[in-house]
Design a protein around this ligand. Structure first.
Ligand SMILES: C[S@@+](CC[C@H](N)C(=O)[O-])C[C@H]1O[C@@H](n2cnc3c(N)ncnc32)[C@H](O)[C@@H]1O
Length: 223
């Protein structure tokens, strides 16, 4: 995707509407002094930055997409957070941190890349004893595996769903208005139109069945 179109679309602006749910999930955790937090599949870091604001700890965001990490690195600089927030290129399939490294693992929209069970099992070793695992993903992905939480080494503390049509009403519908504006602006630019078509296709899928796209936050603790 061209950098210009990314700036024009400003997906982070739309993504930020869900920060209120990140805040709600974070507040369900006990107060931890300077926690070490790993944000897995951080993307351009909307939750990463929010976690840094919510905690007085160190936050490391990992992702495989260098462009997203570069955007996050620029935000870290702009917000003066270089002393405690880092963006590192690392695959969630093969995380290189030592055992017992983190107080909190945070994963919004990334657990299905590896699968719920494999992720919970695989990431367990880098959490400190009694550390917290917070997942935000589509309900259909997580709830099928909910009974596996204990066998993967965690207890479920709490979970809450986003309102039924939140993704449509709060994210995709406002994004569609922006995409329509950009279709007009770039009507003679095939490369731009290609990018917009990708987003419009995703919007159309959710629009056709807004209730089927619902997500949940799950807050777990390592046993
Ligand atoms: C839906 S986005 C979520 C981004 C961010 N957590 C958020 O909530 O805004 C999923 C992210 O997972 C990342 N991802 C997918 N497969 C990955 C892998 N194997 N290793 C690391 N990151 C991965 C993608 O690059 C993408 O940034």
């Amino acid at each position: 995707m061209s950098e210009e179109m990314l700036i024009e679309l400003d997906l982070d602006h739309f993504r930020k509407v869900f920060n209120k749910y990140t805040i709600k999930a974070f507040r369900k955790l006990p107060k931890l002094e300077k926690p070490r937090i790993l944000d897995i599949g951080c993307g351009s870091g909307v939750p990463t930055i929010e976690l840094a604001k919510l905690s007085d700890g160190e936050v490391i965001g990992i992702d495989i997409d260098q462009e997203s990490l570069d955007r996050l690195s620029r935000k870290i600089e702009q917000k003066g957070l270089t002393n405690r927030v880092k963006a590192i290129k690392c695959s969630l399939i093969d995380i290189k941190f030592p055992d017992n490294s983190f107080d909190i693992i945070w994963a919004e929209g990334s657990i299905t890349s590896l699968g719920v069970e494999k992720s919970l099992r695989g990431w367990n070793r880098i959490l400190k004893p009694k550390g917290f695992m917070v997942i935000h993903d589509e309900i259909k992905h997580f709830f099928k595996k909910r009974d596996k939480v204990a066998s993967c080494g965690y207890k479920m503390i709490e979970h809450f769903s986003l309102p039924e049509e939140a993704w449509w009403e709060e994210y995709y519908s406002p994004l569609e208005i922006r995409v329509k504006e950009l279709y007009k602006k770039y009507s003679n630019d095939p490369a731009a139109l290609e990018v917009l078509n990708i987003h419009q296709t995703e919007i159309d899928i959710v629009k056709a069945s807004p209730k089927s796209f619902q997500s949940v936050f799950c807050i777990m603790q390592k046993l």
